[in-house]
Design a protein around this ligand. Structure first.
Ligand code: 6PG
Length: 477
């Protein structure tokens, strides 16, 4: 075969990825279960590069140079296993199967292990950036063996987004499921970013009394500063859009029930298993789920709320500035939580993930791309075992400077009855970390009281139990 890479599964993501490879000078073998899709791609985009269309699995495999590199772009789940089973018997030792879907990292670990035993490399690759990213340059998070990356990495570097300094947004994340794990957390952070932006919008609308158009303008201004990011940019676009049918702001005619496909939920489920407090991400997932409970919301329409005086223009402008501070501070917290989760996953699974490199490859191409990522990269590059983003002096200073406004915004939200679960969870996390003593001591006392669960003391080693039902003397636990 002559093709350096093959793509099977030519729905929009697969098709755009194949075109991206071809546009960057690679010979690309194409395969799809329905052959007409393969033909359509060649008919429409054949002039963009060199494609080798294949009508059968055998033909596809034969079209690939060795070691073969074939990318699976099908819906994550059972379809992935089916495609692997279709191709694995046709492959030879050293060939590489790449899964570019949003797979659960545990599935990727399982598949990698099974295929490794058959002499085949399996690389789970997180790909972010949606359809546009797949075509023009996504952010790419490959797991799998170091050996497979040596053969695959240079190809991925060609098609990846490039950061402002020219660095391709791809790096070997770590073995087996590391790439899909990092993509999962990317999506968790994506949910949190989106929720925080949504809360900022809600506050500007309800507390400051701004129109969607005015909020779009506010976001555009924010986007010229430290909040500069893809998500803020598209938020302004969405808010400025008018519905053609009704002439109303688009945001007012969309049903207010947010959907999800599962990666945010996975992030939280895994965080619970790893014992990592990702409260901001969890609130973002719950906020979507709450919005979808139409019955619950209908039944609650008569619940009383506060009455509050509207702000005058100057107060509203001042409040908008405070919301920018609250958004920035909360964003620092959600990234702190997300990076903590990656660190914990890396330790649990022995992946040795370089967090600076993760921040670096999120700088362009992906949904959470932002100027901010460069600021995260720096402290991790300076100190690979940085305990937390909040232990970085610069972030600590930033959040310190924002905190008065952050608190004022949440106080206003509470006073006016506007829900800000993301902002509030972020602030609670911040304050809990700062606290010299937490009421967890009391929790331990309660556990010891009702279940003899024992506690440790601040003044000496060991585990203890108080005889609560007896003379309340202390014994070794
Ligand atoms: C990306 C996106 C992508 C997907 C979202 C949507 O990084 O390109 O994250 O993977 O479009 O995950 O997720 P929900 O449907 O769950 O909002």
């Amino acid at each position: 075969g002559t093709a350096q890479i093959g793509v099977t599964g030519l729905a929009v993501m697969g098709r755009n990825l194949a075109r991206n490879f071809a546009r960057n000078g690679l010979t690309v073998a194409l395969h799809n279960r329905t052959v007409s899709k393969t033909r359509a791609l060649v008919d429409e985009f054949g002039a963009e590069g060199t494609f080798v269309p294949a009508e059968s699995a055998e033909e596809f495999v034969a079209a690939l140079e060795r070691p073969r590199r074939l990318v699976i772009m099908v819906k994550a789940g059972a379809a992935t296993d089916a495609v692997i089973e279709e191709f694995a018997p046709l492959l030879e030792e050293g060939d590489v199967i790449i899964d570019g879907g949003n797979a659960h990292f545990a599935d990727t670990r399982r598949r990698e292990k099974e295929l490794r035993e058959r002499g085949i490399h399996f690389v789970g690759v997180g790909i972010s950036g949606g359809e546009e990213g797949a075509l023009h340059g996504p952010s790419i998070m490959p797991g799998g063996s170091t050996e497979s990356y040596a053969s695959l990495g240079p190809l991925l570097e060609r098609i990846a987004a490039k950061a402002d300094d020219g660095t391709p947004c791809v790096a070997h994340i770590g073995p087996d499921g590391a790439g899909h794990f990092v993509k999962m957390v990317h999506n968790g952070i994506e949910y949190a970013d989106m929720q925080l932006i949504a809360e900022a919008y809600h506050l500007l609308r309800s507390v400051a009394g701004y129109s969607p158009a005015k909020i779009a303008e506010t976001f555009r201004t924010w986007n010229t500063g430290r909040l500069d990011s893809y998500l803020i940019d598209i938020t302004a676009e969405v808010l400025a859009h008018t519905d053609a049918d009704t002439g109303k702001p688009f945001v007012d005619i969309v049903a207010d029930q947010a959907e999800q496909k599962g990666t945010g939920r996975w992030t939280v489920q895994i965080a619970l298993d790893l014992g990592v407090p990702v409260s901001g991400i969890a609130e973002a997932v719950f906020a979507r789920s709450l919005s979808g409970h139409a019955g619950l919301r209908d039944a609650s329409q008569s619940l009383p709320g506060p009455t509050a005086a509207p702000l005058d223009e100057a107060e509203a402008a001042r409040f908008a500035d405070q919301v920018e501070q609250a958004l920035y501070a909360s964003k620092i917290v959600s990234y702190t939580q997300g990076f903590h989760q990656i660190q914990a996953g890396s330790e649990e699974y022995g992946w040795d993930i370089d967090l600076g490199s993760v921040a670096s490859l999120w700088r362009a191409g992906c949904i959470i791309r932002a100027a901010f990522l460069d600021r995260i990269r720096a402290p991790y590059d300076a100190r690979r075992d940085l305990p937390s983003l909040l232990s970085d002096k610069q972030f600590a200073e930033d959040i310190g400077a924002a905190q008065d406004d952050w608190r004022a915004v949440i106080a206003a939200a509470v006073g006016q009855g506007v829900p800000t679960p993301g902002f509030s969870a972020a602030l609670a996390y911040y304050d809990a970390l700062r606290a010299r003593r937490l009421p967890a001591a009391l929790t331990q006392g309660q556990r010891d009281f009702f279940g003899a669960h024992t506690y440790r003391r601040t003044d000496r080693e060991g585990s203890f139990h108080t005889l609560w039902g007896g003379d309340r003397s202390e014994v070794a636990g």
